[in-house]
Design a protein around this ligand. Structure first.
Ligand code: NDP
Ligand code: OXD
Length: 309
């Protein structure tokens, strides 16, 4: 049995070891060293060049290396009839929860301003409202958004979420669809984007959205870079309407050295590390799905290709 592996991060040996530990008869071929493409049964991939996946005639299953699948579905030639899964895993969720809590707390407690004050040796205590009076809003209430919302609720924040369908989560206000979008935005002081990238969500973090947030709001984007219209963010920060932003994902990654975001004192940048797939955990999921496919069953965490996430 042969699995094709492609990642942007150079940890192929680690992945191979974890996969072979679970499926000893699995041969792992690291892209682009794939040999005869007709031999390949499965693919575990991230950011494959467009057109490539259509050139493997005998694939039985494709697995995304991450939770997001935009890196695959933006390929017009992607074979849509083959079972395709993404990562849904408590460890990946935990890491995202940590990121969201860390950066919501940074904004809530003015950490960015204190960092700037420290650089200038300024001792100036800034008022922080009680968590219960701080309104956090989560765009995208799926695996990652809902868990992050619950973690923030449990810290005492006033939390709401926005998604396509209504959610029933204790103590978290649910807004759904276009008709409830504005109502969600006007109440949100710290906005966290955990949406998947689809045609409907591309460029969603734009000047119209920023204008609906209350003055002084902050934005955290851990979804995808293409959610954000970068020049609109810079404008909203420069005008003072938005106070700060934390960005983990960018339209082009790595962020270019001459990108204006690096110079913006009220933008905190992290290098797409909000969460990450642990090879041992994902190898478990891949092994389970291979067993299910070989037995003729349905795979776990199947992507709804029509919906786009
Ligand atoms: P899910 O598919 O579980 O959740 C997606 C959520 O977004 C759902 O609540 C869905 O609504 C909502 N949604 C989708 N489209 C729309 C829309 N048009 N309008 C309103 N709501 C919408 O995804 P995950 O939580 O697992 O992951 C979310 C994203 O996080 C990934 O796609 C990826 O881009 C990003 N990510 C980033 C990482 C990082 O390190 N920065 C790491 C991992 C993921 P509904 O529930 O009604 O379907
Ligand atoms: C993912 C990511 O989608 O790391 O898992 O961005």
């Amino acid at each position: 049995m042969i699995l094709l592996f492609k990642s942007d991060i150079d940890r192929s040996d680690w992945w191979r070891d974890e996969l072979q530990l679970r499926i000893p008869n699995l041969e792992v071929r690291i892209w682009p060293d794939v040999g005869d493409k007709a031999d390949v049964d499965y693919a575990l991939i991230w950011n494959m060049p467009h057109g490539e996946m259509a050139t493997y005639p005998n694939l039985k299953g494709i697995f995304s290396l991450g939770a997001g699948v935009d890196h695959v579905l933006d390929d017009p030639d992607f074979p849509r009839d083959i079972p395709f899964s993404r990562v849904v895993d408590p460890d990946l969720t935990q890491r995202m929860k940590e990121y969201v809590v860390q950066h919501v707390l940074n904004h809530h407690r003015h950490q960015n301003l204190y960092d700037q004050q420290q650089n200038s040796k300024i001792w100036d205590e800034l008022f922080v409202p009680a968590a219960g009076n701080r309104k956090v809003g989560i765009l995208g209430m799926g695996e990652l958004g809902a868990s992050s919302a619950i973690a923030l609720r449990d810290l005492g924040f006033n939390v709401a979420g926005w998604s396509r369908s209504k959610k029933q989560i204790d103590g978290i206000e649910s807004y759904a669809g276009d008709t409830e979008f504005d109502e969600f935005l006007v109440r949100t002081e710290i906005l966290v984007c955990l949406l998947p990238l689809t045609p409907a969500t591309t460029d969603i973090l734009n000047k119209d959205l920023f204008a609906k947030l209350p003055k002084g709001a902050s934005v955290i984007n851990a979804g995808r870079g293409l959610h954000l219209v970068e020049e609109d963010l810079i404008e909203a920060l420069k005008s003072g309407h938005l106070a700060e932003a934390t960005l983990d994902v960018f339209r082009v990654e790595p962020l270019a050295e001459d990108h204006p975001f690096w110079q913006q004192p009220n933008i905190r940048i992290t290098p797409h590390n909000a969460s990450i797939s642990d090879p041992a955990r994902v190898a478990d999921l891949v092994a389970q799905n291979i067993i299910l496919i070989e037995a003729g069953g349905n795979i776990l965490n199947q992507v709804n290709i029509e919906r786009g996430y």
